[in-house]
Unconditional design. Structure first.
Length: 293
């Protein structure tokens, strides 16, 4: 990902971005739409080698009805645009989707736009028609965008409170040295302390933070630590929900690599046998980021 396309630092953008569910009614400016579309045109292939496709659908000046058919079950107020993404059901596709979409959202934050991931609370048929899905494609998630309102509406406050949106797990629960059970302390992370902290601050569905990272030699091994009995049965009526925890893992990968690149730390993604015993049956290996000497 080309770091020069961001005007602010990645750390600033990650800390500034939050799940914005209440927007101003004014449309997104043509200049901001153009900048975001230009950035999206560079987001096609993820780090695991699969392809995603993204499209912005935005209201125009004087046309507040143009997004009427794109419903979000009342969880979002006054959205003036959506970013729709599609991919195919291939190994690594959901992680790549999450990686690329999160980079797009950081660019949106860079432009002063608010955003909110919508993994299940959107009308799939309407968005699929808007996206003109190709054979074999599906939409794992969409994102609402717009200029944030000064005050959130009551439902937004309730959702953030119930999800404990501002709570994050401690380092000792997420990052390990050589093997599970040996916590990696911030002071021991060296130049990777900030990239790991940006992973810790990453958003995730229901704020479950399903990523674990083990440092071994010059490599960082990324694992998916699934949440038992997730998603909650209350959402059973929302059929065909994507495996959002894999998308979350991609978001964490995006934060890590973009933060590392910002510090002139180069690396690449590979998939190999980590030879690191998983902590339990809920944990599975995903990918390795290794430093380029």
């Amino acid at each position: 990902m080309d770091q020069l396309k961001f005007n602010q630092s990645i750390s600033q953008l990650i800390k500034a971005r939050y799940s914005c569910r209440t927007y101003q009614t004014r449309p997104i400016s043509n200049a901001d739409l153009s900048s975001l579309e230009e950035f999206i045109s560079t987001c096609r292939i993820g780090p695991l080698g699969t392809q995603s496709r993204f499209k912005i659908v935005a209201a125009k000046e004087g046309d507040n009805q143009s997004l009427k058919g794109l419903g979000t079950y009342g969880f979002i107020k006054n959205p003036t645009g959506f970013i729709i993404g599609a991919c195919r059901d291939n190994p690594g596709a959901l992680e790549d989707f999450g990686y690329l979409m999160e980079a797009i959202l950081l660019r949106a934050t860079d432009l002063g736009l608010g955003s909110c991931w919508l993994g299940g609370t959107f009308t799939k048929i309407r968005f699929s028609r808007e996206m003109e899905l190709q054979e074999g494609e599906f939409i794992p998630a969409v994102v609402s965008i717009g200029y944030p309102a000064d005050e959130p509406f009551w439902l937004e406050k309730t959702i953030r409170s119930r999800a404990r949106a501002d709570h994050r797990l401690d380092w000792e629960d997420l990052f390990f040295y050589q093997a599970y059970g040996i916590p990696l302390k911030p002071a021991e992370a060296g130049k990777f302390q900030e990239p790991l902290e940006m992973v810790r601050l990453a958003p995730s569905a229901s704020n479950k933070q399903p990523w674990r990272i083990v440092k071994k030699g010059k490599a960082w091994y990324f694992f998916l630590r699934r949440t038992a009995n997730y998603p909650n049965p209350v959402f059973d009526f929302l059929i065909n929900i994507a495996d959002l925890q894999r998308v979350d893992l991609g978001i964490a990968m995006s934060h890590f690599e973009l933060s590392a690149l910002e510090r002139n730390i180069s690396g690449n993604w590979i998939q190999e046998n980590p030879n690191i015993p998983q902590s339990d049956s809920l944990t599975e290996y995903t990918a390795t980021w290794q430093i380029i000497s």
